[in-house]
Design a protein around this ligand. Structure first.
Ligand SMILES: Cc1cc2nc3c(=O)[nH]c(=O)nc-3n(C[C@H](O)[C@H](O)[C@H](O)COP(=O)(O)O)c2cc1C
Length: 265
């Protein structure tokens, strides 16, 4: 009877391949089995980010001060799909699983931005966006819009929440960015984020007017209400944040929708 030589090259290669195959089957199976959990967690995380921007969930917490969980709090929100070119709702659009960032890469579902238009370095903008309306009966309490734009090292992704007047910032938060901790990464600092509360995004002409400043204007200056302190030592991140807020509240972002909503109220 032929016997295996355990020290032969062929046997070692065979065992190595067999171990790799068994491991890859385990990893693939785990990946497939965990996919639904991953999708649920991703959705929950997005809901938490929207709630945090709207000031309904404290930073880092998954429960509101009055003990409500993420899914419960999110019930107060209505998700609406919006045609960004017209600012009109798309009531029949199925928003579940819609990924606006992915759509922005598809020429059939997005528009190319010219160099002048693309102040946020995203190259293409999706045709349809999702917004989140916090309603009290029929009354709008807050509007949350997704925002994104380039900082120093990469794109910052977040949400901007506006109060019922559709001008006053209720909150701004980023859930993904590549900025340096302690420098551009200070976009996550609750003290800095708090400075956004009460800022007006539009000027008297209804144009986006947010400005991040190293030297704040005097208290009675008309620009003051549009100003937020710049992040020190982080000129590029600061400029990126200023640009992304002004872009997504502007004509190419959710500006038309906001104008439509203001006209209706
Ligand atoms: C390691 C390293 C990380 C940096 N990270 C950031 C950053 O995240 N955001 C930013 O705007 N600038 C960052 N900078 C600084 C920029 O390169 C640049 O010097 C700075 O934006 C100038 O800001 P100031 O005019 O406020 O001093 C970093 C610099 C170094 C050396």
């Amino acid at each position: 009877m032929a016997s295996f030589n355990k020290d032969s090259l062929g046997f070692i290669v065979f065992i190595s391949i067999a171990v790799c195959l068994v491991c890859s089957v385990f990893v693939s199976a785990a990946n497939v089995m965990l996919k639904p959990t991953h999708a649920i967690n991703k959705e929950l995380d997005q809901k938490a980010n929207i709630l945090r921007a709207a000031g309904m969930l404290p930073p880092g917490s998954e429960v509101s001060p009055d003990g409500r969980g993420i899914n419960d709090l999110f019930q107060d929100f209505k998700v609406q799909a919006v045609n960004l070119d017209t600012g009109e709702y798309l009531p029949d659009f199925d928003a579940s699983g819609y990924d606006a960032v992915r759509m922005s890469k598809d020429p059939a579902n997005s528009r190319a931005l010219t160099e002048d238009e693309d102040t946020v370095t995203i190259r293409r903008r999706e045709n349809i966006g999702l917004i989140y309306l916090k309603l009290n009966g029929d009354e709008l309490e807050k509007l949350v819009i997704p925002v994104r734009g380039y900082g120093l090292w990469g794109t910052l992704f977040g949400y901007l929440a506006l109060d019922a007047d559709l001008n006053t910032v209720s909150g701004l938060g980023f859930y993904d960015h590549k900025e340096t901790p302690g420098l551009g990464g200070e976009v996550d600092n609750p003290v800095w984020k708090n400075k956004w509360k009460g800022v007006h995004v539009f000027n008297a002409e209804g144009k986006p007017a947010v400005k991040l400043v190293k030297t704040p204007s005097p208290p009675d200056h008309p620009q003051k209400i549009h100003e937020v302190d710049a992040l020190s030592g982080s000129t590029f991140t600061t400029r990126g944040v200023q640009n992304l807020v002004n872009f997504w509240t502007g004509e190419l972002g959710y500006g038309r929708l906001i104008q439509n909503l203001k006209a209706q109220s």
